[in-house]
Write a protein that binds this ligand. Sequence first.
Ligand code: GTP
Ligand code: SPV
Ligand code: MN
Length: 619
Amino acid sequence: MTNPDHAPAASATASGPARAALEAWVAQIASLACPDAVVWCDGSPEQTAHLTQLLVDEGKLIALDPERRPNSYLARSAPDDVARVEGRTFTCSRTPEDAGPTNLWRDPTAMRTELEGRFAGSMRGRTMYVVPFSMGPVGGPISQLGVEVTDSAYVVLSMAKTTRLGPEVLRAIGAGVPWVATVHSVGHPLRDADGTLRDDVTWPCNETKYIVQFPETREVWSYGSGYGGNALLAKKCFALRIASVMGRDEGWLAEHMLLIRLTSPEGRAFHIAAAFPSACGKTNLAMLQPALPGWSVETIGDDIAWLRPGADGRLYAINPEAGLFGVAPGTGPDTNPVAVETIAADTIFTNVALTHDGDVWWEGLTPEPPGHLVDWTGADWTPDSGTPAAHPNARFTVALDRCPSRAADADRPVPIDAVVFGGRRSTNVPLVAQAPSWAEGVFMGATVSSERTAAAEGTVGELRRDPFAMLPFCGYDMADHWAHWLEIGEQLGDGAPAVFQVNWFRKGEDGALLWPGFRENARVLEWIARRVEGSVRAVESPVGLLPDVGGLDVRGLDLPPGRLDALFAVDPESWLDECTLTEAFFAGFADRTPPVFTAILDDRRSALRAAVPDQRIVH
Ligand code: GTP
Ligand code: SPV
Ligand code: MN
């Protein structure tokens, strides 16, 4: 399997200039990073088994009990390499203006020099894996190709579950299909330049990290981390940061959105794309088992959607990923039984706890914790330990074809009927509202914000803006992203999806959630579907169209009197305060903010002022 001359296996096909260019690029990275060997990966069962065994032998993966959790493994990361590092994530566009005020910009030329220093010899003593992958089915109308070189076999195994690997990717590259170049090193060589040997560790990484996007040349360079979005470069780095720029230039969209097909009792299918910030329930909604009889949900994607206008004037979407990298804590039989079934086998767990009988556990999996565990750091744990047994960002990595609710035809682009924006808002934002127009829908997405649940006693949750749930993921100026959405809407015209906002997290004065959430969210999806088909009325409000009396099916929920009013109340004064914050937020983008947003904000303020009882208006 090892090719010292850096050439892929002959069986992987064609020669020719495109293939030679790939091989030259691989050779160039190898001569910089100096790995001991180069291995080309195709995701074959034999190669996967070999790499898995290698990691088990090295102590980097723990094999779980084959009866309780077949073909599944546990990895424990270094304690300081547990999540994405936004403070070390750089956008190296030509100018800082192209990156915009929400990204960390660095000069591309200076950054290349810095990275060359870091990558020089960074793979000494290790194997460099070459992983050609496809986002979306190879050759699909919305698909893209990429190649990741990495010195982490754990990354290769994760990529084999979350992207499409295989010889057909190399064939497509050989045939001249463009690809995105991504380079990853954990930054822990086993030999220094002078030959001094360094011990390997179970989770190699480097205290200095770089997650670097070069949007113009469609490249990603990542150094020092082995974790999630820092290291699986197909995911946030390519499929959102680089792809959002490709979409801007080529007339499509790359978004932090789940994708589902909702089918009504009459058999009509509705395709919904929904953007919620991290930990606001995308995976949950993607696997919804509706509480309403006759309705069903099929899972297409849980994190990323690529959307492109079709020849028929509708917006088509795919999930570019082939697997899930989902948060483990909070995932249990009551909250997400489909996820629990999905990860019953063939799963890599990272930073969860280990049970005495070789299975995994995390907070929320069962109501009562086991009496004894080995926690995510490898230390003995009991319920009295006072620390979480699993890291709060512990994750499972699993192929989507294990998901029982996965749409059978999930490879085919689907026409989007509704775009939904959400966040965690304990006040103000109603359970559901429809944007009266595309522009107002884009405004809704641009003003998404999410609150921390009251962590510290007495503190009011701070409003954190997360426009389109893309704050850490948009590869160019966020305001240009809004303008791009407005342009796509103009292009789609009447074929554009309807746009909605949802909020499962509104609380009453007693601090308790007003809405049961989870399976019951199907009731909100039903209203959205009925609005799309035009069979249910809505009433106007200053913040969008709301369900008419009786329009939202709450039969069987046993909501107390006044509960629906509380879920949909629009308080003019607090919304006027929110308008002031929105104005300040837009000012941060200066004249790149779309002018139509100013008009929408003005209209909203007028409507809110008209709704304030006279005696409360301050003149
Ligand atoms: P990333 O993978 O980080 O992008 O996050 P995600 O959007 O997929 O979020 P995830 O599904 O992991 O977030 C789940 C969190 O939201 C858990 O704490 C759930 O309990 C909570 N959650 C999901 N749906 C609901 C709901 O309808 N109501 C309430 N109250 N909580 C919910
Ligand atoms: C997120 O943070 O939104 C994730 C996890 O989905 S990661 O892939 O690490 O970005
Ligand atoms: Mn995400």
